[in-house]
Ligand binder design. Structure first.
Ligand SMILES: C[S@@+](CC[C@H](N)C(=O)[O-])C[C@H]1O[C@@H](n2cnc3c(N)ncnc32)[C@H](O)[C@@H]1O
Length: 477
């Protein structure tokens, strides 16, 4: 008989403990990477499920959201930091490992989570989702990351500004280099402006509501939200900002489409188009790219107040259904149709006012979709170019002489904004159209820094809105 005391194994094999918050955030990051899912669509159902199971409270949901959004937004900076901590190229690290690492780096450098908690939670997550061997790798890398704070790391891994300004900004502010370059071209100016813009893209935008005129009022929204959770719009008379967040869909006015969630930039664009001077008849309005219907709903409400009819056209049937939903209950006449604006079913010269809010790269709304900057490619712009020109050209045919067309994008990229308008006016790649610029700036009265005109470019860092572009044109012949 062996009466020696039994020795416990040196490395007891305990089962890794699943932390529901980190596990859920990891699941969301994997869905974004593997299925090209959108974080803002993938996260809410996961959070809902976790809440229903009793796994989560509100604070857990807020932390999971922060981990997903923060990790995705700051991926460019975090990739550079991880690359500096490993001795092989970053592309050789499996994507799930990189997700755990980047989420760990975000906890260490981008949140107030204490260092030991950030490392141990990440290693524990790695044990659950990657296995013991890779958990050791995660541990080793994250321990190296703890050597500096974010500023210290950025100084180490970003090329000096004087050597390569765009590369420097790309790493420091976590944007692809080509986007830094395009945004800077559109913004102009020196270092301070572009840095402010890139930083604004990394902020989570507040939720803004629109009280559709004649259907709801800002007072109704403030009352429903409570004084503490509402701030007045910065620029739009229809806007109320939700100070503390919350679920807009819980408000009666939103459920009944009398109000909606809409960035102030979009509100300003729709309102400016509605306010542009037209000569003579002003009863037939068209929104030629209406889905999902935010601007169409505001236009329809404004049209109703003025005895005009809105035709809302959208190419994608499922998006046309969203427009139906947004417009339901509008007090004035409207119609929603599924139609291709480049091969329109309407006759030339039919409309008095047209909005063409064309499909674009969305580079003006990067703060809303944390993963989109990494998905977009410079080549995407070439794919949009003929469509944008075709839609604008057809809009200028569809408006009567003296009527107005608004060409809008949620991108400030010059190739999608002014260059498109100038090409169409000059007849490049198609027949010339007889139209003249209208100075859009007086139609956004009270809004500063709108540029040199006649078109308008809004900016997140200057206006707190998405970077919406608007050109207004009057058909002359
Ligand atoms: C930027 S979104 C419009 C956003 C909308 N104005 C709003 O405020 O909710 C562009 C829309 O144009 C639609 N679209 C794309 N090609 C089109 C075409 N050839 N004709 C009409 N609509 C088109 C897209 O499906 C998309 O819904």
């Amino acid at each position: 008989m062996n009466d020696q005391p039994r020795r416990r194994p040196a490395n007891p094999h305990r089962r890794p403990k699943k932390d529901p918050v980190r596990f859920l955030a990891f699941e969301a990051l994997r869905a974004v990477d593997e299925r090209d899912a959108y974080a803002n669509l993938v996260l809410p159902p996961l959070l809902k499920k976790a809440r229903a199971k009793g796994d989560f409270d509100g604070r857990d949901a807020a932390l999971a959201t922060e981990l997903v959004y923060g990790t995705l937004r700051r991926q460019g900076t975090y990739d550079a930091i991880v690359a500096a901590c490993i001795d092989r190229p970053l592309r050789e690290v499996d994507p799930p490992v990189l997700d755990v690492l980047n989420m760990g780096v975000h906890q260490l450098l981008g949140t107030r989570i204490p260092t030991h908690a950030a490392v141990s939670a990440s290693v524990e997550l790695a044990r659950v989702v990657l296995g013991e061997g890779r958990a050791k790798f995660v541990n080793a890398v994250l321990r190296k990351v703890t050597a500096h704070d974010l500023d210290g790391w950025v100084e180490k891994v970003a090329p000096p500004y004087d050597q390569d300004a765009e590369d420097h900004l790309a790493v420091v502010h976590s944007h692809p280099r080509w986007i830094v370059s395009a945004l800077w071209d559109a913004l102009g100016g020196g270092r301070a402006g572009i840095e402010d813009l890139l930083e604004a893209d990394n902020e989570r935008p507040e939720v803004t509501l629109v009280a559709r005129p004649g259907r709801s009022t800002t007072e109704e929204l403030v009352k429903a939200l409570g004084e503490d959770n509402s701030l007045p719009g910065r620029w739009s008379p229809y806007a109320v900002r939700m100070a503390e967040g919350g679920e807009p869909g819980a408000l009666d006015a939103v459920r009944e489409s009398r109000a909606g969630v809409q960035d102030e930039g979009s509100q300003l664009v729709a309102a400016a188009l509605a306010a542009a001077p037209v000569e003579g008849r002003d009863t037939r309005w068209l929104d030629g790219c209406a889905g999902p219907g935010g601007k169409a709903a505001l236009l329809a409400a404004l049209a109703a107040e003025r005895g005009a009819t809105l035709l809302a056209a959208e190419k994608q049937p499922h998006r046309a259904r969203l427009v139906e939903r947004a417009l339901a209950g509008n007090p004035g006449p409207y119609q929603v149709i599924t139609a291709d604006g480049t091969r329109p079913p309407w006759l030339p010269g039919t409309f008095d006012r047209i909005l063409m809010d064309v499909p674009c790269s969305g580079l003006g709304a990067l703060r809303r979709r944390p993963e989109s900057r990494w998905r977009r490619r410079a080549e995407d712009l070439e794919a949009f170019a003929p469509l944008q020109r075709g839609l604008l050209r057809e809009a200028l045919k569809a408006v009567r002489v003296g009527g107005v067309v608004g060409y809008a994008t949620c991108s400030p990229h010059l190739a999608e904004t002014r260059v498109v308008v100038e090409d169409v006016l000059k007849g490049r790649g198609g027949e010339p159209v007889e139209a003249e610029w209208i100075d859009a700036r007086p139609l956004m009265s009270g809004v500063p820094a709108l540029g040199e005109g006649p078109d308008i470019q809004l900016w997140p860092h200057l206006h707190g809105t998405d970077a919406m572009y608007l050109a207004l044109l009057r058909r002359t012949g």
